[in-house]
Structure formats: C-alpha cells, structure tokens
Design a protein around this ligand. Structure first.
Ligand SMILES: [Mg+2]
Ligand SMILES: [Zn+2]
Length: 203
C-alpha cells in the first residue's frame, strides 16, 4: 500500500556537473583530478543538511555507456565527492546515475523521469513537494514532467542570456547552488496544506 502523502518527505534533487562541480572541459569528468567543486557548494550542502533537507544527486553519466570511462572510475569519483561533502558537514541521502548510452533509450536518462521516480520509491519522497536544481534544459524538463519545482543555476551550461532563450521556463534562475539555498529553505518550509486535498477525506 502506498504511503500517505503527508508521511512522505520532500527532497532537493541536485544535478552533479554544473551544479556541484564545474562542468567538464571535455564532456565527461573521467578522473577525480578533473573534479572541482563550484565555490560555495560544499557550504550550501552543509546549510541544507543542517536544516534536515534530504538531498539526492541525479546525474546523466553516459560516458560509461559510451565506453569513454569505466564504471569503477565513476564510482571512485562518487566516493571521493561524498567524502568531501561529509568532511564539510554535509549529507547526501542518495545518488542516482544514468550510465546508459543514449541509443539505449532507457527510462532513466534525463529528461526522462526514471531516476526521480526510483528515488521517490526507494526513499518515500513526495515529488510534488520537491525541487530539482540543474544547469540544463533536460533537468528542468525532467523536473516538470515529474511534478517537481525547478531552479536553473547559471554555474554550468548557461549564462543569463542563453538561459532566457530556452524554450522551457524554470520556476527560478540563480547564479549558483549557494544562492539557490534561501529560496529552497523558504519552499521547504511551506506547509503541506498548500497541496491539493486528498479526495474523499474531510478537510
Ligand atoms: Mg549538469
Ligand atoms: Zn539510463
């Protein structure tokens, strides 16, 4: 039996490249040596952790499926990133990576919603009350398809000018994750009463 909505938690879904770390120079981050945290990101993750916000990473890493990098290398980057987050007082609940080649047409590669729905299932997350932070159109499309709110950050793929030309409208645009945190904290405090009441249940 599915858990009642009010028992489910909210989450903030973070894209990795362009949100947590600087976007790769050559399409994929293949080694930990190439991984650079965007300034302020570790502190931003700590601030959200302190406020008990569930953080989940959602990232396309088709470099594995394209055989440009090994799965072991991706896992190593993940471990070292998580260790750095912990050292700085942050906590990330879970991370989901789509490693498939785009030709596979899997259900998890963004803008598809497979990673979000899997996270929701595995961790009891209410997507309609959750937020996606990403630097690309695909992040925003995924967010809206799954009923999440969205913030586009300008620390990766887009600057303000190119962001204004996107066909998709994010709910908010911020320079980077650090400056997204005040909005996230405000959204996360909103009472569930703002949601549509459950049918058949007296108010
Ligand atoms: Mg990205
Ligand atoms: Zn996939």
């Amino acid at each position: 039996m599915p858990k009642a909505n009010r028992c489910k938690k909210r989450a903030v879904f973070l894209d990795r490249d362009g949100v947590i770390n600087l976007p790769p120079k050559h399409r994929f981050i293949r080694h930990w040596d190439e991984f650079r945290f965007i300034p302020g990101t570790l502190a931003a993750i700590r601030r959200m952790t302190v406020r008990k916000i569930a953080l989940v990473i959602i990232s396309n890493q088709s470099g594995v499926g394209r055989r440009i990098m090994s799965r072991a290398r991706l896992e190593e980057i993940h471990r070292r990133m998580m260790a750095a987050v912990r050292r700085h007082g942050g906590k990330i609940l879970a991370a989901y990576y789509c490693t498939h080649h785009p030709d596979r047409r899997c259900g998890c590669r963004k803008p598809k919603t497979g990673m979000l729905t899997k996270a929701a299932r595995e961790h009891g997350i209410d997507l309609n009350r959750s937020i996606v932070v990403g630097d690309r159109e695909t992040d925003i499309l995924m967010a809206h398809a799954a009923g999440c709110r969205s913030a586009l950050v300008l620390s990766g793929k887009h600057d303000r000018k190119s962001a204004s030309r996107l066909a998709v409208r994010p709910d908010k645009i911020f320079p980077d994750l650090s400056r997204t945190v005040p909005w996230i904290l405000k959204e996360m405090q909103k009472k569930p009463s703002a949601a549509i009441p459950t049918p058949g249940r007296p108010a």
